[in-house]
Design a protein around this ligand. Structure first.
Ligand SMILES: [Fe+2]
Ligand SMILES: [Fe+2]
Length: 173
């Protein structure tokens, strides 16, 4: 039987989130930055689906798991200040994610108008920065030392619980 490490699973999702943030940056700052997102281009449709799925995945699983399961364990280990800061960042990021999701859903039905596109680009820029800083902090302050802090057995047990959550979310509509 192979045992997993919860730090490895969270790290993998951080990389997936960074990939989405990178795609978002390319879309709002790259060659097509002046063309609002809309349902006509198939690349936009694919991107909008990926963005909404990533946002919903983070809400459904990653942040909730960190706040409800992981952070309480870190608090027991004396990291109250760190977890309070990270939880505050989750709130900020989720507020921006809500706005991006609403605009993305709107863009899936009809092209965003100029005002909506400006709003999307501004919010996306703030979102990208916030997500990058947040992940950087978690990677340096938490993820690398998780199995050391929790012990191999507890880390593997958390990984198994997280795997179950991932499968539950993937099955959701
Ligand atoms: Fe995280
Ligand atoms: Fe987090």
């Amino acid at each position: 039987m192979t045992t997993e490490d919860i730090g490895v699973l969270l790290h993998a999702e951080h990389l997936e989130t960074l990939a989405i943030a990178n795609a978002l940056e390319v879309r709002i700052m790259g060659a097509e930055k002046n063309r609002p997102l809309g349902p006509t281009a198939s690349a936009d449709r694919t991107f909008l689906g990926q963005l909404v799925a990533a946002i919903d995945g983070a809400i459904c699983r990653h942040y909730r798991f960190e706040e409800e399961t992981l952070f309480p364990l870190l608090q027991t280990a004396g990291l109250q200040d760190v977890t309070a800061m990270l939880t505050g960042e989750h709130e900020t990021i989720l507020t921006m994610a809500d706005e991006l999701r609403a605009l993305a859903k709107s863009a899936a039905g009809a092209p965003l108008d100029g005002r909506q596109w400006t709003r999307f680009r501004e919010t996306a820029m703030d979102f990208i920065h916030a997500v990058m800083f947040h992940i950087q902090k978690e990677e340096m302050g938490v993820v690398r030392s998780l199995s050391l802090m929790l012990g191999t057995a507890a880390s593997a047990e958390l990984a198994a619980r997280y795997r179950a959550l991932q499968q539950g979310c993937d099955a959701a509509p």
